[in-house]
Design a protein around this ligand. Sequence first.
Ligand code: GLP
Length: 243
Amino acid sequence: VREDAASVAEYVANYILGRIKDFGPSPTRPFVLGLPTGSSPMAVYQILAAKYKAGEVSFENVITFNMDEYVGVPRDHPQSYHSFMWNHFFSHVNCRPENVHILNGNAPDVEAGCAQFEAAIEAVGGIDLFLAGVGEDGHVAFNEPGSSLASRTRVKTLAYDTILANSRFFDNDVSQVPKMALTVGVRTVLDAREVVTIALGARKAVALQRCIENGVNHMWTLSALQLHRHSMVVADEDATLEL
Ligand code: GLP
């Protein structure tokens, strides 16, 4: 638990930096990083970009996989997760474009794209560290309440609560928010060697309580991380109000 959002970001950015440095400049064994979108990781991306500019870290040997993407939102739409990631992170660091993996929500065969995504993760030896956020309904990535805890990358219909929460990015107009998304599964997240989840603000407090203090439950999918041997939640004080 850290006092506020800024200290959470500082902690998480330094933590990731340390992990990347552990791997050193090794083209034969790159560091594989899973990444989320949303407001929670934004300050982390800013700090990582600043550390790159200061010469403290290189992303040349970092392979990334994003957690999710909307279905049917054009790639260059400002709210596509593709745009989000390039605008907030990839354009500001030396990631190699061929090392960046983001699900394509406009592919003619999205299911095949999901299977290819899982195969690509496997081909590089799995994800070393998955950074995550948490939805107000306790979802991880877009694994909405009721998702199988054994799920893998697939198409998912968004819960109304999520559509409502994400309407703030679409002129507060629920009708503009996509109703479906592609998302890694709960199992995909659990398969990562390490998971770091950011939880910020009082609106995440109930989710954090359900996921941490209640049992493992497919209605609060982040709770599955209780089964992970190397997982941590980094929260600000407000997010811990219900604990
Ligand atoms: C979306 C994303 C999640 C993210 C969640 C929380 O639903 N699919 O991956 O964790 O929102 O977003 P925020 O960090 O903006 O609160």
